[in-house]
Each structure stands twice: as C-alpha cells, then as structure tokens.
Design a protein around this ligand. Structure first.
Ligand code: NAP
Ligand code: ZN
Length: 353
C-alpha cells in the first residue's frame, strides 16, 4: 500500500514552496524506508524549483541532502535495519550494469542516474520526490551509513555540498605541494576550503564579497583574493595548480584561467549553462590548461567522504531552519546571506496539523 507523505513543494517556477501531501511507493524488496530528520538546502534546489535548468517537473518536492533514521526495510535488505542513522544524496537509483555504474561512478550512469527529486523512477515510472518531506523510500544501494561520531544536522549537507567538492579534489589528487583556489564562499565553497586544507594543499578563496576574509581563514583558506579587484587578480597570475569553481551563474572564466600555472585545471561544479563570455582558446593553449567539469560523486566515494569527515572532525557550518521558513531561506541564499548551509529541521513539518 502506498505511503501518504507530507512535504513542501513548488507547484510552478514562480510559486513559493507550500505544504503538499503526496504518496510514495511502499518498500520494494530492496528498499529502505527512512524517517527524514534533517535536509540541507542546496542552490540546485533553487535552480530546479524555479526551472532555471529548463527540465523541472511539478509539483516538485526538492531536497537531496537527507539524514534520517531507518524505520523499515524490504525483505531482501541486509545492510540496514530499523533504527540505523543513514543519509541519501542526489541519486536514488541507476542502471547498475553500465561501465560507469560498474566502476562506482553511478552519477555518470550511461542511462542516467535516477535523481532524488525532479526525476522519474526507472521501475514504476512515477516522479521522485525529495527530502523536504517526512519520509523517503530508497533502493538500499543508494543509502549511506552515517558514522556515529558525525552530528546528523551538520552532516546533512555532506550528501551533496560535501561530495561535490571532495570528489574532484580526490580525482585530481590534490594534496601537499599544490596551490589550489576555490571560487565562491557558499555551501559548496566552504566545504571545498575545508577538504582542500585537510588534504594538505595551500588554499586560496576567490570571492566577489568584501568582508569574507576572516571567515574564509577560519574555514581553512590561507589567502583570500577579491575577484573584483584587478590588482589582487594580477598578484596571483600563473599561481594555481587547480581551481574549484562553485559559482552558480554565468561568469567570465578568462581572468581565472590567467591565474592557473602551466598544466593547471579549472573544474566547474556550479555552472551548467553555456560558458558566457566565451573562453578564449589562447587562455588554454598558452600553458596547456584545462577547463573540466565534475558531478557529485559515486556512492562508494560518498561513503568514503563521510568516513573521512568522521575521522578528521570535518562537518558543515549550518543554520537550522523550520520548513515554514524555506522561501525566506531561498532569498537569503540568493543574497549570499547564509553561513554556509541551511538545514531544515523536519520536526517542524511534523508539528504542522
Ligand atoms: P551557494 O551556497 O548559493 O554559493 C554560491 C557562491 O557563489 C556564493 O556564496 C557566492 O560566493 C558566489 N556567487 C554567487 N553568485 C555569483 C555570481 N553571480 N558571480 C560570482 N560569484 C557568485 O550555492 P551552492 O549550494 O554552493 O551551489 C553552487 C552551485 O553548484 C549551484 O549552481 C549548484 O546548483 C551547483 N551544484 C553542482 C553540483 C554538481 O554535482 N556539479 C552539486 C551541487 C551543487 P562569494 O560571495 O564568496 O563570491
Ligand atoms: Zn545539491
């Protein structure tokens, strides 16, 4: 029998999020049923609630930084049991047989991973609904174990902001001896600083916001460059091995490429629109530089990241909100007025009558 669920949904690209009742499937044999305790608020939630990527399905229940407690498992599930603390990130399923899935890179599944929300379940064809809700049903392969020493509230954003910054830093083997820069001090950016520092790199923040310097240093930056100041940009010309770019909107990459050393890499994680203004090919040719992209991380790597955070005392800096304040939180994120991730306390949803 389908489960009746309360949540918050966007009903169109212009409407505010509002209470929404919907149904989820009952547990299939491989499913885990999770009572959601906390859910982080990612900038991707805003992009999709407002149809900024042009692929939104409504009504939409956003949320892909989920921490909860297992309430029930399907007959074939052996890794989880009722009472376990678990996490769910941006994906809830994938084909499980393509080359990428076989390598644990489900986010690059040839048949496209099933997204936690704004997706279609590959078995029953029904829409997927995310973490701004009281309960979720997820295939066990896509459920993460929450290490006991991690605080569940500040761990929630690790499921997206954490893995999206951890994965490219690991893939490009960032560590001691590297000079790396993070662009943008938001949810992803603050985790980029923490991971890069933990991996032993010398870390710089590029920000367009004056006044973020002392915070950036607290979070792990050794240096801060105001990207709107040409003199400060000039001072780091040909300086970095690697740039992690978390900016959510179109912006000029050329000034940043000038700050890369020969063979340097500029990885995009924030932007999915066309590059505008265009990248000047000379910015790449002169110095054999690369502009690349990276999407979240696979399930095994997400577990590795959670375990790394537990072992190294790393967590997200969060501000807790009630679900009733989600629309105000979106506006504050757009104003860069959050340190550095909102997390919804789902108890506030359960208090609603
Ligand atoms: P966020 O918390 O809003 O932070 C973005 C930061 O970028 C801001 O704090 C700001 O930092 C800077 N910024 C914002 N607008 C800018 C502009 N117009 N020009 C220059 N800088 C600007 O966002 P987030 O949650 O970290 O997400 C960042 C992006 O990553 C979003 O587009 C999101 O959809 C995307 N994302 C991608 C993946 C993936 O798998 N690739 C996963 C998750 C999220 P300063 O004030 O310091 O400049
Ligand atoms: Zn996200």
């Amino acid at each position: 029998m389908a489960l009746t669920i309360r949540g918050y949904a966007a009903h169109s690209s212009t409407s505010a999020l509002a209470p929404f009742n919907f149904t989820r499937r009952d547990a299939r044999a491989n499913d885990v049923v999770i009572d959601i305790l906390y859910c982080g608020v990612c900038h991707s939630d805003i992009h999709q609630a407002r149809n900024e990527w042009g692929n939104s399905l409504y009504p939409m229940v956003p949320g892909h930084e989920i921490i909860g407690r297992v309430s029930r498992v399907g007959a074939a599930v052996t890794r989880f049991k009722a009472g376990d603390m678990v996490g769910v990130g941006c994906m809830v399923d994938s084909c499980q047989h393509c080359e990428s899935c076989a390598e644990g890179l489900e986010q690059y599944c040839d048949e496209h991973a099933t997204l936690t929300y704004n997706g279609i379940d590959r078995h029953d064809g029904l829409p997927t609904y995310g973490g701004y809700s009281e309960r979720i049903v997820v295939s066990d392969k896509f459920v993460l174990s929450l290490p006991e020493t991690l605080d569940p509230k500040s761990a929630a954003p690790l499921l997206c902001a954490g893995i999206t910054t951890y994965s490219p830093l690991r893939h490009w083997k960032i560590g001691a001896g590297h000079k790396i820069a993070v662009i943008g001090l938001g949810g992803l950016g603050h985790m980029g600083l923490k991971f890069a520092k933990a991996f032993g790199a010398e870390v710089t923040l590029f920000t367009r916001s004056p006044g973020k310097e002392s915070e950036a240093r607290r979070l792990g930056a050794d240096h801060v460059v105001l990207s709107t100041d040409p003199a400060q940009m000039q001072a780091v010309s040909s300086h970095f091995d690697f740039i992690l770019d978390t900016v959510p909107h179109q912006h000029d990459l050329n000034p940043y490429l000038a700050t890369l050393k020969r063979d340097g890499t500029h990885v995009l994680v924030g932007l999915i629109e066309p590059l505008e203004p265009a990248v000047h090919a000379a910015s790449l040719i002169m110095g054999r530089k690369s502009v690349v992209g990276s999407a979240i991380g696979g399930i095994a790597e997400t577990q590795e990241m959670l375990d790394f955070c537990a072992a190294n005392g790393i967590a997200c800096d969060i501000e807790m909100i009630d679900i009733q304040n989600i629309n105000g939180a979106y506006q504050r994120m757009l104003d860069s007025d959050v340190k550095y991730r909102f997390v919804i306390d789902m108890a506030s949803l359960r208090r609603e009558v």
